[in-house]
Design a protein around this ligand. Structure first.
Ligand code: C2E
Ligand code: MG
Ligand code: MG
Length: 557
């Protein structure tokens, strides 16, 4: 709408405002107090919840666009200017955006009065104070806002571009140890290193915090970008050396090629998001390196993220979807039931079964193995108690992850669970997997010693795999060694491995330990293995891991 009015001055100001606003990002307004008419330059229409850029009944119309909490303050301030109590208006408050969100603005204006001091017009400017700055004075670079604006001019016609997101490793520590002034110096130095390493068709921007983006429009390939990364890295090394190693820091980078996004019409937001993933991946892989984006890695990342959120939801819904299966451990001399191993099962809220091989690492990396582990412990002991009504010496064997041992008070948790369920320590076998992580840890040795002293049985799981071997028997002093199915299979199929298995069993017995052979599926396998005199057998031959109810029906009735 234009600003035709019976007030020529209003019209003149509106026209001048329109001209000026065409070359600025702010919004200019003219308020005709006498005719209760308000004009704001047209750009405001696409940003704020305004039906028109010229309106009458100003107070009530503004009420609809100003945040409800701020309206009274604005109305009171305008009233003071209009009444002549003050000449200028300068307020920070919120307008409502076209999408309903609150947008912080700074509104400034001044009154134009007639000769008898009556207010005729108010003119002024509204600018968005929440809008991100276009440049960064610390690094001397353009900011993410400018990068986004640059990308808007390139997409969707652009076919070839590289996005290299660079981050300073452990930047937070530099700030903490040396103060934010030195932190700013580091940011500036890294920015300078990048600037002097790039060519004319490569653009650098400072992103949030310690991150930078190099946008390559030179058509560079992976090897050229790798060379660029190494040039920047050695320039950074030079700065660190010139500062006499006051702070030692490195840089990581994530590289995404527009061609690798795998979408017919990749947009810039997608490229920025993937560059964020790529940088995180470089840091996760050990920092001080560049990671090249690969779609398969991203698929894995999304899958892990999905499972993680399913797990969180399930935990908050009282472990819905988690279940325990039980697999018997049978005495080889008389085929009687000695124990059962608890094996975790999980179904997502949408009904997908997740295998323990996928699930357990996610539980470990998120630390969620700690609450889930407690749930496993308690429910396994409850099952053990039930089994003991029929088999008074029944033992339950539970897998514990190294994360539980390192990061939770495992000894106290076990003690408390045994007490609350009312079971003796001898009714529990603690199975330790991935023992390679643990052999040298004093904290672990300490927990082990206390558990052994308490009378809990310790089992070394996965024996014969990379993680678990003879050295662990010496370090962890278990009561029980569990031979992994992969080792069992070798012993069943090859004389040489069979001889090794035989010697392992003899050695284990000679130092007073017991041994479980896992993974026996057939009677033929059972006969071959039993000839070697193991103490216990576990495998599909006797039973697959089964739900508590099936296990009860099979063994307790
Ligand atoms: P594991 O502790 O060595 O458990 C034995 C695995 O071998 C189980 O796989 C079991 O189903 C499988 N198995 C047993 N007998 C046979 C057989 O005769 N043939 C074949 N092909 N497989 C057999 P599952 O249940 O998939 O568990 C895999 C691994 O996941 C476990 O290996 C354990 O390391 C881990 N895991 C399972 N439940 C838990 C848990 O509650 N906590 C922790 N920390 N880890 C668990
Ligand atoms: Mg196990
Ligand atoms: Mg095992």
């Amino acid at each position: 709408m234009d600003c035709k009015s019976n007030n020529p001055e209003f019209e003149i100001f509106c026209n001048i405002a329109t001209e000026f606003a065409s070359c600025m990002n702010d919004y200019l307004y003219v308020y005709d107090v006498v005719n209760d008419t308000y004009f704001i330059t047209e750009g405001a229409m696409s940003r704020f919840a305004l039906k028109s850029n010229v309106f009458t009944n100003v107070n009530e119309t503004l009420r609809a666009v100003v945040h409800a909490d701020d309206f009274d303050m604005l109305s009171a301030d305008l009233a003071e200017v209009v009444s002549g109590k003050k000449d200028t208006h300068n307020l920070q408050y919120r307008w409502i955006g076209v999408d309903g969100s609150a947008i912080w603005i700074n509104c400034q204006g001044r009154a134009l009065r007639d000769t008898s001091n009556g207010t005729l017009l108010m003119i002024g400017c509204i600018n968005e104070i929440g809008k991100r700055q276009k440049a960064d004075n610390i690094s001397g670079l353009l900011s993410e806002t400018s990068l986004r604006e640059h990308l808007v001019t390139l997409f969707p016609s652009i076919e070839n571009a590289m996005f290299m997101r660079i981050g300073i490793d452990d930047f937070k520590m530099i700030n903490e140890r040396h103060g934010s002034d030195y932190g700013n110096f580091v940011l500036r130095s890294v920015a300078d290193c990048i600037k002097k390493s790039i060519n004319k068709q490569q653009y650098v921007y400072r992103l949030l915090s310690d991150e930078f983006m190099v946008l390559d429009l030179a058509g560079s390939d992976y090897s050229q970008m790798n060379q660029l990364y190494h040039r920047i890295r050695s320039a950074v090394d030079d700065v660190v050396a010139a500062e006499q190693y006051k702070a030692i820091y490195t840089i990581s980078a994530g590289l995404v090629s527009l061609k690798d996004i795998g979408n017919d019409f990749p947009d810039s937001a997608e490229a920025l998001k993937l560059s964020e993933f790529a940088l995180t991946e470089a840091k996760n892989r050990g920092k001080n390196q560049m990671y090249f984006y690969k779609p398969d890695d991203y698929t894995t990342f999304l899958r892990t993220r999905y499972i993680r959120s399913c797990i969180r939801q399930s935990i908050s819904e009282n472990y819905a979807g988690f279940d325990l299966h039980f697999q018997p451990i049978i005495m080889s001399t008389n085929e009687s039931l000695y124990a059962a191993e608890t094996l975790l099962r999980y179904k997502t809220p949408s009904g997908e079964n997740i295998s323990p091989f996928e699930l357990i690492p996610i539980l470990e990396e998120t630390g969620l193995i700690i609450p889930v582990g407690k749930w496993i412990l308690r429910n396994s002991l409850l099952m053990c108690k039930k089994c003991r009504e029929v088999y008074p010496d029944f033992v339950i064997s539970i897998n514990f992850s190294y994360i539980q041992i390192m990061k939770s008070p495992l000894y106290e948790d076990i003690l408390e669970a045994l007490e609350s369920v009312g079971l003796p320590p001898s009714s529990l076998i603690v199975e330790l997997t991935e023992s390679g992580h643990l052999e040298n840890s004093a904290a672990v040795q300490n927990v082990w010693k206390k558990l052994r002293k308490l009378g809990v049985n310790i089992a070394l799981d996965d024996f014969g795999t990379g993680y678990s071997n003879l050295i662990n028997i010496g370090n962890l002093k278990p009561n029980l060694v569990k031979v992994d199915r992969s080792f069992t299979l070798k012993a069943l199929n090859n004389d040489y491995e069979r001889a090794i298995m035989l010697h392992v069993i003899r050695m284990v017995h000679s130092i007073g330990l017991n041994l479980v052979v896992e993974g026996i599926e057939t009677q033929e396998e059972l006969i071959k293995i039993t000839a070697m005199n193991p103490d216990f057998i576990q495998g599909y031959y006797y039973s697959k891991p089964c739900p508590a109810q099936d296990f009860s029906e099979k063994y307790l009735t």
